[in-house]
Write a protein that binds this ligand. Structure first.
Ligand code: ZN
Length: 97
């Protein structure tokens, strides 16, 4: 068991894991708030830290078929959202600090 190094973000709006509040991203990284995820409101970010990415998976979205990966918290493994493969945008269910 090694230590899991986590990045701590600084800013006025920090978004974190819904379960353990590990820092994930900041308000500056929000591209859009106009998304509805499978589990409710989702935000679109272009910068996220402290995540693990799952396997590539083809998934049917409202905008068509996309290759995506689930992303989860590096600390508690809670599934936080998904990312489009090859595109830096990430959708997250978030905790607002
Ligand atoms: Zn967590």
């Amino acid at each position: 068991m090694g230590l899991k190094y986590r990045t701590y973000l600084d800013g006025t709006a920090i978004y974190g894991c819904t379960r353990c509040k590990t820092h994930l991203t900041t308000g500056d990284a929000i591209v859009s708030r106009q998304f509805q995820g499978q589990h409710g409101q989702a935000y679109l970010f272009n910068y996220v830290v402290n995540i693990l990415q799952g396997e590539d998976e083809d998934r049917s979205m409202t905008t068509g078929l996309h290759t995506v990966r689930d992303i989860s918290c590096v600390k508690c493994n809670t599934i936080l959202g998904w990312t489009y493969v090859g595109i830096l945008f990430l959708f997250l269910r978030i905790y607002f600090k």
